[in-house]
Write a protein of this length. Structure first.
Length: 314
């Protein structure tokens, strides 16, 4: 069966010849993202700041938009409302309000929900303190950090060189930084679903990077005497069709989720869209280019025994 290719002919784009331009662009966007993070900050949800969690069961299918509007009418700012379990069950996350006592918060929630459905069943409210929010934030940071460390050691073990690991890690750090910068810029609510999207982006971008690295190893094994820049450029071009096709098909699904998924999934889908776009060029222009500038050669990838075996071939 003939493999479907995005390009009819094998491409030969000089990707690595323009790597300085992409370095500059990446540094500019990364620095801008860091500045936005420290000047504007993130619009953290109750997951990280603490607040009130409401769970309710309506007598019929829940209307998320009406529920959100009713809570806003009672003075709750930017409530996050989602359907969970059955179509009659909803959960709402309310930002902390120091001016409200627990009893007053219960009254306002009850007034909002009974205005939609007098037969609604409201479960006891859960109040999440700031300490819990800090613990969740720290857990999210640790999860991302440990993921990057494990990726570094895995690539170093699999490809026998830290140079490819360094290139991959710099590219993987680059993608979440741009996502965080975007969220600081547009102030989309940042919740645990966005953290899940960050980890998904890391895994998805890593997949493309590993495929390119595998091709680099194959090309070096076929001809170890070729110049490293030529080998890396050939490897990127040979995997380009696959990279573009997987990115485009994934983007179609994620953009559909962004458009029709509703406010509760907006942060998750936004993070995926930005991450996929950032990962599309970081896996091509950054990870391999960094490895090249760190002096990657064929002998760095192959163990000494395999190098001697290859040298003995005619």
């Amino acid at each position: 069966m003939r493999q479907v290719e995005f390009f009819r002919k094998q491409t030969d784009f000089p990707f690595l010849a323009t790597r300085r331009i992409w370095y500059a662009l990446s540094i500019f966007m990364a620095v801008g993202s860091v500045v936005l993070f420290f000047t504007r900050g993130l619009n953290l949800t109750v997951d990280f700041t603490g607040g009130t969690i409401v769970e309710a069961t309506f007598s019929g299918p829940a209307d998320v938009e009406r529920t959100r509007a009713a809570l806003e009418e009672q003075g709750f700012q930017d409530p996050v409302v989602q359907v969970f379990g059955t179509v009659r069950d909803v959960t709402a996350r309310l930002a902390p309000d120091p001016s409200l006592t627990a009893d007053r918060a219960r009254e306002k929630v009850a007034a909002a929900l009974t205005s939609i459905d007098p037969a609604v069943e409201i479960k006891p409210l859960e109040f999440v303190g700031p300490q819990v929010g800090r613990e969740l934030r720290n857990a999210a940071i640790w999860a991302l950090t440990l993921t990057l460390l494990m990726v570094f050691f895995y690539i170093a073990f699999r490809f026998h060189t830290w140079r490819l690991s360094a290139g991959a890690i710099i590219a993987l750090i680059h993608d979440p930084i741009l996502i965080i910068g975007w969220f600081a810029l547009v102030q989309t609510p940042f919740d645990l679903a966005v953290v899940a999207a960050l980890l998904a982006v890391v895994g998805y971008s890593l997949n493309d990077t590993i495929i390119i690295f595998d091709r680099i190893r194959e090309r070096f094994e076929a001809n170890r005497r070729l110049a490293p820049e030529l080998v890396l450029n050939q490897s990127i071009n040979q995997t380009l069709s696959r990279t573009i096709m997987t990115k485009v098909t994934t983007l179609i699904v994620v953009v559909a989720l962004l458009i029709w998924g509703g406010p509760s999934l907006r942060g998750f889908s936004e993070a995926l869209v930005i991450g996929i776009l950032a990962g599309a060029y970081s896996s091509i222009y950054i990870s391999s280019a960094i490895a090249l500038d760190l002096g990657l050669k064929a002998e760095h990838i192959f163990p000494p025994a395999r190098v001697r075996e290859a040298d003995s071939l005619p």
